[in-house]
Design a protein around this ligand. Sequence first.
Ligand code: MLC
Length: 604
Amino acid sequence: MLTHLLRRLHLSQPSIAIVRHSWRHIAKPQYPRMASTFPDLPIFRAIASHDPQSTAIVHSKSARRFTYGELLKDVEDAKVQLYNQLKSASAEAIGGERVAFLVENGYDYVVTLLSIFACDNIAVPLSSGFPASELRFILENSEAVTLLSSRKFQDKAEEVLKEGLEHLRRKPVLNVVEKRRQGSGHDEVQLVPLPMNKGGMMLYTSGTTSRPKGVLLPQSVLTAQAQSLHKAWEYTPRDHLLHVLPLHHIHGTVNALLTPLFAGSTIEFMFPFNVDAVWERLAAPYLAEGKSKEPITFLTVVPTIYSRFLGSHGELAAPTQEAIKKALAPESLRLNISGSAALPIPTKKAWTELSGGNILLERYGMTEVGMALSCGLDFRDRVDGSVGWPLPSVQVRLVDIDTHEVIPVGQEVDKDGKEREGEIQLHGPTVFEKYWRNEKATSEEFVPGEDGVGKWFKTGDIATRRMVEGAGQSGHDWAKGPMYFIRGRKSTDIIKSGGEKVSALEVERELLSLPQISEATVVGVASKQWGQKVAAVIVLNPDHAQTGKGGKIWGIMDMRRALKEKLANYKIPQELKVVEDLPKNAMGKINKKSLVTEIFGPDA
Ligand code: MLC
């Protein structure tokens, strides 16, 4: 009787049953609404095993909260709705279809993402900050069957679909996702084995090609990435993560969303990033008027954000500064992570001072592989300038860039006593499957291993490796041995700005499409705020040089205006230098490294 009552009040743990009925069954709503049916994927197993009453998602501004029980119920409804929408758009509604979506960071994003997983499809998250032309490219390249949009982004979605996609065999159909109303929970979850298992996520990344590439991350890869981080960084249901990152990248999706969902943590969304609002939120639990807010225990962001924090802290009122000191202390903020770009050591030191002793944990990752290397939880394992050790299940090797030999562990120094630099190559269950419909790029980025392990992914990043005294003693099985130090990148065509990867070739392609420009090259120049800034060096076409605003010589503002409709903000060059001609070598190539020094000075 009591159990029955508890069940009705949804106070009990839901039961999880693995059932073997037809796969198609998962798309049918269950009547009476006592059971929710999901594919038997580790992410659904994990979510279903969490306390249904515990908070999964918080919308920071409104303080609205959504429990794990409500989340499952809403995913169940969204899944049925999606299945029906897809069915009317295509015969194959389930199994590997690309479903693009444009939904604001928050509960509805999470429900949408999980509903796509629940239909065994491939989620393609889009950024509303991108111009329509870039989003159109992704829809076309991914061959998305539908574009799901929230009401807020409906106009943008309509603009994207309005033109330029008529030639497609199957033009994506717009479907508006309704706001989820927090279902009243459930008390049984049925997990159905997947006959196909073709779902996952596809993220677009810029690289050494002139167009972004779709990185296919099957469910098995997403699961391996999340489980590796869960083990290494010890996420728990007591963690309260403040989420301020974009949700079309691996950092925001795997590290800050899927892994906490695996662990049963709480994720509080506060997007777009606004330094004052985030300072206020961090301080709130330690100020009289904000006592109802929970302390933030987990923060994972890019170096540009830490540098913004440090830049604005001095302007805050004294009581807020005091409260922030408590909020950032290691006893409150369990884990503060920096990644997606190199962390300048002065930023790391300043943060430690501001927080009264908390040390930023640096790690190394990539869209194609999730997180690969990480410093450890023990403070002594957060070594300046190092990205740590291979994360659980990740296999790493360094390959000498000149001799192409694998650098054996223990032989990191050459006969002259110099550290040997090598390309980081990766293998294991966390590595992506392929670039979508791009066999050439896929085969170019993998090398077969003579070591019998299989293919290794070439990251294009150069590192050294060495033992560090005092580090690696924590007893964590993965955080030991020689530590990795990133030295640079093989290609000067990849620029990292504000944690975003920019392909110089992509920007050059757009610059060269402008009539004013006859030659163009794009480089990264050092920037305190952004890590690197995108800069362009061009030769003007004399026939169009006088077409700047007001009949002036065409210049930086004209360039920025011209590119606004074509490229995302962060890809548009911040600097422009006009030259008479671009120096080239005998092969007709520009030496970008020397050009940067020549034009922007030795510090660039
Ligand atoms: C924006 N601006 C830039 C810029 N980004 N200028 C130079 N370089 C950049 N990178 C300019 C805009 O044009 C605008 O100028 C002004 O700055 C404000 O733009 P914004 O878009 O409002 O910026 P903001 O919202 O403040 O964003 C800054 C940020 C954001 C740091 C919060 O860029 C961010 O969240 N970055 C994180 C990206 C991320 O998640 N990367 C992970 C990739 S995954 P104007 O003139 O228009 O006012 C990966 C793998 C791994 O790398 O290991 O994690």
